[in-house]
Ligand binder design. Structure first.
Ligand code: FAD
Length: 487
């Protein structure tokens, strides 16, 4: 239990870090946030990338770790070099602004229901200003290490960080708790042989699209064809007239293949595991994207084979839209946080948030297939009450048991282990649990209904779903309406 005024560090000033600063400060803690870059917003800070490394080239930092598991996730990208986000130029949100918002802070009325990334970044800047969080952020200070002082969590942590302005200076400071908000969309993931698939059509298909192909991608067989990852994708121009195969049909894979199809040789192939509704296939085809079976092998220069036996020749680029890995390269081994299942699962955690033996080292924002901004707020409000002692956690063994039961229940439903942090429909119960425990209002049924409607229409027509404009006028499940702006 920490007393008011105790020093708490936050790593990262993306959306999660901004919320963490605000909520911790309101709870009376002394907050210092370390941010590697020179701006707030993380994912939403768009940056041009001039060099796109080839996956099969020399940049081994981009490859998965052998075996896929390691103690803290991939050691790269280097925590001493600047990170860039995975934001691309044409991105519009895949969640309606009426749902995506932080509780109590709407997006501007003038913004469409699915705003572009610039609008979201402005929104985060306004949030930072409204809650005066900037004063607590030290920019250009990448955290190099978070090290427990002793085996007792209560003794706190030493944070070692660098100052970009004075690269030779490395400093260390003590904090009673550290909130880890370093983001989970910058270290590329490619399915390896250790990934097992589930046969489902939804966002998971991005991970299953080419399971087991990482080995084929790194041995140079595809050369002179190039292999890129969506982390480096900014705009389609470099793919003009090229024959492109996008791998993975998650939200980014679909959006990027549509973006590329504006300039590339048509069709752009979209390879994924499973099936798609016929309406979705037709909509994609009309836009120049051809859904095809999962990639099973790279069979030669610019040549691949698909699960249904089809061979595709003369490809110029395979664009991997296969998602990202969790990585905490700065957590010392003594923190005992492990990243498993090919970088997709973090253990041992209670409620996808608190290391069971170190609840004062929360890992914020791990769940995916969720509405992230409000989830960050519920998590952080819960964390504050845990830190202040207002919430008494169960014993360590009871927390482990709770997590084991969740594993068991979800495995019984057919969940692949690596999807443990994928909450989907479970997010509402999760959010409400945290919000109730923290004594704040949880998500409304109206927000839940709008989220469901947007998801359903995205699956039916990924080309046009953003033409829907939502309005929420109450909390109940029926208290919303939608107008469709395009026939
Ligand atoms: P980030 O935004 O990644 O922020 C992490 C911060 O930590 C960064 O500023 C980074 O510089 C800093 N950092 C990392 N390591 C260190 C270190 N060692 N020391 C100091 N600082 C460090 N969400 C939605 O709600 N709607 C959408 O439509 C949507 N679209 C998306 C599209 C794309 C392409 C991607 C990649 C993500 C999208 N998301 C979307 C998810 C989005 O990432 C989350 O909404 C949210 O922005 C994540 O915030 P975060 O703070 O957890 O992480």
């Amino acid at each position: 239990m920490l007393s008011a005024g105790a020093p708490v560090a936050v790593v990262g000033a993306g959306a999660a870090g901004l919320v963490a600063i605000r909520v911790l400060r309101e709870a009376g803690f002394r907050v210092v946030c370390f941010e590697a870059s020179n701006e707030v917003g993380g994912t939403w800070v768009y940056a041009d990338v001039n060099k796109v490394p080839d996956w099969a080239g020399h940049d081994v930092a981009l490859r998965n770790e052998p075996g896929g598991d390691d103690r803290r996730g991939s050691p790269s990208p280097s925590h001493s070099s600047p990170l860039h986000s995975s934001m691309y130029q044409s991105l519009r949100t895949n969640l309606p602004k009426q749902v995506m918002l932080f509780p109590g802070m709407p997006f501007p009325d003038a913004a469409p229901s699915f705003p572009g990334h610039v609008e979201v970044q402005r929104y985060l800047l306004r949030y930072a200003e409204r809650h005066a969080v900037r004063d607590h952020i030290r920019f250009e200070t990448p955290v190099q290490e978070v090290r427990p002082v002793s085996s007792r969590a209560l003794d706190g942590y030493v944070v070692r960080y660098a100052c970009r302005q004075r690269p030779d200076e490395v400093r260390e400071e003590w904090y009673a708790a550290v909130c880890v908000c370093n983001g989970h969309y910058t270290v590329p993931y490619v399915p390896s042989h250790d990934s097992r698939s589930v046969h489902q059509v939804d966002d998971e298909s991005k991970e299953d699209a080419g399971r087991g192909i990482v080995e084929h991608l790194t041995d140079g067989t595809f050369a002179p064809g190039r292999i890129h990852h969506s982390h480096f994708y900014r705009q389609p121009t470099r793919y003009a007239q090229q024959r492109v195969l996008c791998l993975g049909a998650g939200p980014s894979g679909i959006d990027i293949s549509l973006d590329v199809a504006r300039v590339a040789a048509r069709p752009v192939y979209l390879s994924f595991h499973g099936s798609m509704p016929a309406a979705c296939v037709s909509a994609l085809r009309r836009a120049g994207v051809q859904p095809v079976a999962a990639l099973t092998a790279v069979t030669g220069p610019r040549q691949v084979r698909l699960a249904d036996g089809t061979q595709l020749d003369d490809l110029d680029v395979i664009l991997l839209c296969t998602g990202y890995r969790y990585a905490f390269p700065f957590l010392a081994d003594a923190c005992e946080v492990r990243v498993q299942h090919g970088g997709r699962v973090v253990t041992p955690l209670y409620r996808h948030l608190l290391p069971v033996h170190r609840p004062n080292l929360p890992l914020v924002g791990l769940p995916y297939s969720v509405v992230p901004f409000p989830l960050f707020e519920y998590q952080m409000r819960y964390v504050c009450r845990v830190l202040s002692g207002a919430i008494r956690l169960p014993s360590e063994s009871a927390m482990r048991q709770d997590t084991r039961e969740e594993w068991r229940a979800r495995t019984a439903l057919g969940m692949a282990p690596r999807h443990f942090h994928r909450l989907g429909d479970r997010q509402w119960a999760y959010d409400r649990y945290l919000a109730d425990a923290a004594g704040v209002k949880g998500p409304t049924l109206a927000a839940q209904s709008v989220y469901n409607d947007a998801g359903t229409s995205r699956k039916a027509n990924p080309v046009l779903y953003r033409e829907r404009e939502y309005r929420i006028f109450g909390d109940g499940p029926e208290d919303w309406e939608v107008a469709i702006t395009v026939a």
